[in-house]
Design a protein around this ligand. Structure first.
Ligand SMILES: [Zn+2]
Length: 348
């Protein structure tokens, strides 16, 4: 079969090549790949900045935002041939730490977890892949190709769960929510927040393209420019850019008793606010800054329900480009109007 592989930490080594069939130790369920979403982590791995091959191997099969069709359900009693499935990305660490021991691998304490297509387990950008039955999530068949959005939806399902849990520390009546960054994660955050009794605002640097209209279609307000120019103080900010200046502006703008959930990762950037200023801004308003990454099985389950409930036409507009596996390099190149780019391995 063919697969998109890379030698991690070595830029320029990605290629679409002949690769051995998936090994039975990767799981008893055999799946035919339909589509795999591309995200910033894939770009970082291909650029040699991140990623680990399986132990004893030099190359890693890329891809963690999967969608496939079951060819052989193996030992699974709940899956059957033809079912649409998505693979959970993270596996618990081998110790395991207390959180992994109770199935909260997204909260792993020792960092020894593994991740498909990222850290020591092959990903899903191969014509066929295998998975353990307990890590295969069945997708509502009516979602068809949109099932490939499940993994990004899990990330936001966990992040918003964290926000709501933290909100319960005191009497809390949030009215406004701001999402910074209108990429796939930001737009899915806006979708989920707008399902609640909240005025939702999305801020992004793009003034044209599909993003403003997608936000307005949710009944939310689209902003460009600086967070500091907003004429309100959000109760909730879901930060999806990882950009230093946006994070600093968010810390200064969030309302009293507010919650900022950071989902984006960057490095360096704005020096506008030094650490003691952050403390002053956060302490005096009882604000909470939380980081959120990954998702556990509960979030995958809930995300599947949420995705199946969402407006299909709106969801389909998040996928702005399909590429063939042989053109994967094009898929990894960001174009101005891209939201989610998907590599399609076979017809739905
Ligand atoms: Zn752990």
């Amino acid at each position: 079969m063919k697969a998109i592989t890379v030698e991690p930490k070595k830029p320029g080594t990605a290629r679409y090549e002949e690769f051995p069939e998936p090994d039975l130790h990767e799981g008893s369920v055999l799946v035919e790949a339909i589509a795999v979403g591309v995200c910033g982590t894939d770009v970082e791995i291909v650029e040699g900045k991140y990623g680990w091959a399986p132990p004893g191997k030099s190359r890693l099969v890329l891809g963690h935002e999967s969608l496939g069709r079951v060819i052989d359900p193996g030992t699974s009693s709940s899956l059957k041939k033809g079912d649409l499935v998505v693979g959970i990305v993270r596996r618990p660490d081998p110790v395991p730490c207390p959180n992994c021991a109770v199935g909260e691998w997204d909260m792993c304490r020792n960092g020894r977890y593994t991740e498909r297509g990222i850290k020591e387990i092959h990903g899903f950008m191969s014509e066929r892949w295998r998975i353990e039955p307990e890590y295969a999530i069945k997708v509502d068949p009516s979602l068809e190709i949109l099932g490939v959005l499940l993994e990004p939806m899990t990330v936001i399902t966990k992040a918003l769960e964290q926000v709501l849990v933290v909100g319960q520390r005191a009497f809390w009546e949030p009215k406004t929510a701001l999402v910074t960054g209108a990429g796939p994660i930001g737009l899915l955050a806006a979708l989920r927040l707008s399902a609640r009794d909240l005025q939702v605002h999305v801020l992004d640097r793009n003034e044209t393209g599909p993003k403003p209209e997608l936000v307005r279609a949710l009944g939310a307000t689209y902003h460009t420019g600086s967070v500091l120019d907003l004429d309100f103080n959000p109760d909730i900010i879901v930060e999806c850019t990882g950009v230093g200046s946006v994070i600093v502006d968010s810390i200064q703008t969030v309302g009293a008793g507010g919650i900022i959930c950071l989902t984006g990762v960057g490095a360096g950037g704005a020096a506008g606010l030094v650490v003691a200023d952050v403390a002053a801004a956060v302490v005096l308003k009882n604000n909470v800054l939380i980081g959120s990454v990954n998702a556990n099985k509960r979030h995958w389950y809930k995300a599947g329900k949420n995705l199946a409930r969402a407006d299909r036409k709106w969801l389909s507009r998040l996928i702005t480009r399909f590429e063939k596996p042989e053109n994967f390099k094009q898929a990894l190149k960001r174009k101005p109007d891209d939201i989610k780019v998907v590599i399609q391995f076979s017809e739905i």
